[in-house]
Design a protein around this ligand. Structure first.
Ligand SMILES: NC(=O)c1ccc[n+]([C@@H]2O[C@H](COP(=O)([O-])OP(=O)(O)OC[C@H]3O[C@@H](n4cnc5c(N)ncnc54)[C@H](O)[C@@H]3O)[C@@H](O)[C@H]2O)c1
Ligand SMILES: O=C(O)[C@H](O)COP(=O)(O)O
Length: 467
């Protein structure tokens, strides 16, 4: 079975279309809102499920005001403004995150969901959202979403990979300076009426070594800013990265930990990074070094960190992310780091600046609208990426299917048997899912019966069309 694809957004030549089994097996298309969601059982029996829900296919594309959008976690006004400017007015906004049944109830009828880092879209939660078309993470991290479950349901997930990078980088450099200068302790002292006007334990960052674990967007930005303060930057990444400025790569995490005066973490939350910094890694760090974590809470063993700070193995830490974070301002924040004088604690605000949030709101809203309006999955984090021209003067069929042998040939065969001329076809697959978009000149033959047949092809996960 081929899993390859025509290049992103490329028109597949007609000859290839006719021989589509050679291209890959399961591309799908859908049009605005006219979807056929499937349950687990339905996935195993595509044909039966599609037929059962066939009446949905006969609906015309959903008008935009029927597309229900739920935005959680205080997503910025720019998102709403953009959605509205593109005709999407059926928007519900919530200030906080939801979980459990409250979340399932809230998104049961939603076609689009917008979240940040605190809303967990598990498989179970996604199973309850039968009408779901797409998810927008208005942040960088996407570990809060079961991306595989979303893909299996034919739901692309989008995020904002850069919009808060600079905000995090600025905070980290500021924290490095504060820690090396011993400011957290002096701040506490003054608040208590003390006056510790000594240079003890207070240093310049100039000439100190900053060790960056993860040299991606944020790590490399921190590198640039830290060098401008005269710091010497080293980094460790599992992928070979271009060193910026005078930064130097380390061969191993241990090598980095042994040299750095400040270690700052900039890795995603993955099975490999969970517990990346535990008691052994802290033991490998220099006596009196500092740790900064603005990545994800589970990357650091927080109890081991608390022990190291109390024993003064580490001189200080700045922590923005925690293994367990309150879902809203109403919950009490609990952590073994509370009350430690040499620690800067912030409530996961690395990316929370007005500039970043405004940029993210617009960026992710644009991706959601593009997917809804045209079917483009460019920038999706869990899905074959298909870049598409604007849908105009054509009927566009969007078919998402399991990548199993025969789906593409059945799709193309159907167009051929109905004598419908294809004016453009766009296909991208990954090992699990295929996404194919077919444009045809407006054609009466591509009516309800045809759409039902497309949706009934075994392996179909979602189907919609844009008229
Ligand atoms: N505190 C906040 O508010 C905030 C804001 C934005 C992002 N973040 C977090 O920061 C993380 C990093 O963001 P980014 O934009 O730089 O991501 P990125 O994907 O650009 O960079 C991550 C880097 O980590 C590397 N990496 C992965 N596993 C590794 C490992 N085991 N050891 C060493 N390196 C490893 C990757 O190769 C990559 O270069 C995000 O995943 C997100 O969780 C937090
Ligand atoms: O992943 C991110 O971008 C950060 O962790 C920020 O998350 P937030 O939007 O919940 O502040």
């Amino acid at each position: 079975m081929a899993t390859g694809a025509a290049g992103v957004g490329k028109v597949i030549p007609r000859a290839c279309r006719r021989a589509s089994t050679d291209i890959g097996d399961s591309p799908c298309f859908s049009g605005q809102g006219s979807m056929i969601p499937k349950t687990g059982a339905a996935r195993q029996s595509g044909r039966r499920a599609c037929r059962k829900k066939g009446s949905v296919v006969s609906n015309l594309s959903l008008p935009k005001d029927k597309i229900r959008i739920v935005l959680l976690e205080n997503i910025h006004d720019t998102a709403v403004a953009y959605l509205q400017s593109r005709g999407y007015h059926n928007i519900e906004r919530l200030k906080g995150a939801l979980d459990g049944d409250a979340l399932i109830d809230k998104i049961r009828d939603a076609h689009m969901i917008g979240i940040r880092s605190r809303t967990h879209l598990t498989r179970e939660v996604l199973d309850g959202a039968e009408k779901l078309l797409t998810v927008g993470c208005f942040c960088i991290g996407t570990n809060q979403v079961d991306l595989d479950a979303a893909k299996e349901k034919g739901v692309p997930v989008f995020n904002a990979p850069y919009s808060n990078t600079r905000s995090v980088a600025e905070l980290v450099v500021a924290e490095a300076i504060m820690l090396i200068r011993g400011i957290p302790q002096r701040n506490w002292g003054c608040h208590e009426g003390g006056w510790d006007k000594s240079a003890d334990g207070s240093h310049e960052v100039r000439g100190k070594t900053l060790g960056l674990v993860g040299y991606g967007h944020i790590g490399s930005q921190v590198s640039v800013l830290a060098e401008s303060f005269g710091m010497s930057v080293i980094y460790y990444d599992i992928v070979e990265k271009l060193a910026i400025g005078n930064a130097r790569p380390c061969d191993s995490l241990t090598a980095l930990l042994e040299q750095a005066d400040v270690v700052s973490l900039h890795v995603p939350d993955t099975p490999e990074t969970r517990g990346l910094i535990g008691a052994n890694e802290i033991a490998a760090m220099k006596q009196g070094a500092h740790l900064i974590n603005a990545s994800r809470g589970l990357v650091v063993d927080i109890d081991a960190l608390a022990t190291a700070l109390k024993s003064e193995k580490l001189a200080g830490a700045a922590i923005d992310v925690f293994p367990k974070e309150p879902a809203s301002a109403k919950e009490i924040f609990e952590s073994p780091l509370r009350g430690l004088r040499n620690v800067l604690l912030t409530p996961h605000v690395g990316g929370s600046t007005v500039e970043a949030q405004a940029g993210i709101g617009r960026e992710v809203a644009e991706k959601l609208v593009k997917y809804s309006d045209d079917g483009s999955t460019l920038g999706a984090v869990n899905f074959p990426e298909v870049a598409l021209p604007q849908q105009a003067k054509v009927t566009r069929f969007l078919h998402i299917h399991r990548n199993v042998p025969g789906v593409m040939s059945q799709i193309n065969d159907l167009f051929s048997r109905h004598d419908i001329n294809i004016s453009g076809q766009y296909l991208m697959t990954d090992p699990q899912v295929g996404y194919v978009v077919v444009d045809v000149q407006k054609d009466l033959k591509a009516g309800e019966g045809f759409r039902k047949a497309l949706a009934a092809i075994p392996g179909t996960l979602r189907f919609r069309f844009l008229n």
